[in-house]
Structures are given as C-alpha cells and as structure tokens.
Design a protein around this ligand. Structure first.
Ligand SMILES: [Fe+2]
Length: 176
C-alpha cells in the first residue's frame, strides 16, 4: 500500500501547499473511513481513488478543469495506471467509477453511487483546510461523511501539527 501511494505521489505536480500532498493524505484517510461506513468491500477502490483524485492539478489545458485534466492524464498513462490498480483486482466497472470520480470531483455534484460518492466526499471533508470554510451537508453524497464532519475538522488541525506545516496552517486559522 505504501509503495502504491508513493508511486502516485511521485506523479503529482502540486506537492506543497493547501492543495498539495497533505490534502491528498487527508482525503485518502477520510475515504477509507467513509467507505468502511458505507460498504467495507469498496475500501480499496475509494482509497486509491482518493489518492488519484487531484492528479490533474497543474496539468490542465485551456478550458479543462483539474478533474478533467486528471482523467486525461490517467487515460494517457494507462500502463502506469494498470500498475497502480492491478494489485487490487478490481473489475472493469470499479475502474470506470474511479476514473469518473476523478473526472467529475470538482463539479459540485452528488451521487448515489457509493464508490464515486465516497471519493467525492473524502475531498469535500478536506475543505476544512481552508480558513472559515464550512462543508455543506447537502453537497455530501454519503451518510457516513455527514457523520464525520466534526471528526474531519479536528483531524485536519492535528495532521497539520504532525506534518510540521505549522505556519501555513496557522495562517488558515486551523491551529492555535
Ligand atoms: Fe482535492
């Protein structure tokens, strides 16, 4: 698992700051928790989808959202993607859901699909990294994520301390 995470992180262009790898770590953690609450059989798909969701940041072409850029990146690098996903033995439908979750995660949508919804919600719960930002319950797709809002806020403040990114997070008012 750690190796897979590292391979994905190596491909990220935006590694620092509030949208950087700390954010991706947070979403992977939230994704695991959400999936466990929704359906334990989807934990791996949600975990890896959360790790991949922002891979398009810094890659978007004219008029493309970073979600669309991430989708394009994955389509253009299918051999690499195969290496990442094959250890999990997902069926085609699950792989398609992961790709759609990446493509549309920044469009403000909700869904009944548990894999896609859990990936989107993992990203939404990480919105607490921005000062004064609230997570709108109506924009969460899963019941589990709705229950995790307070936990997410607390976890983000603590992660910032652990990662030593104190000044950045202090600016955001997430730490004392
Ligand atoms: Fe994100």
């Amino acid at each position: 698992m750690e190796k897979i995470k590292q391979k994905i992180f190596d491909k990220y262009i935006v590694k620092d700051g509030l949208d950087g790898l700390i954010h991706i770590e947070q979403t992977a953690h939230f994704g695991e928790l959400i999936a466990l609450g929704e359906d334990p059989s989807i934990v791996n798909a949600v975990w890896v989808g959360s790790l991949l969701h922002d891979i398009g940041r810094g890659r978007h072409l004219h008029k493309e959202s970073h979600g669309e850029a991430g989708y394009r990146f994955l389509m253009e690098n299918v051999d690499w993607l195969y290496e990442i996903l094959s250890p999990f033995g997902f069926d085609i439908e699950t792989v398609e859901k992961i790709l759609l979750a990446v493509r549309d995660h920044d469009k403000g949508l909700v869904t009944n699909d548990k894999i896609i919804g859990s990936i989107w919600d993992s990203d939404r719960l990480s919105l607490y990294r921005f000062k004064g930002r609230e997570v709108k319950t109506e924009l969460l797709s899963t019941e589990t994520a709705k229950l995790l809002k307070d936990y997410a806020k607390q976890y983000i403040a603590e992660t910032a301390v652990e990662k030593g990114d104190k000044d950045l997070w202090k600016e955001q008012g997430l730490m004392m």
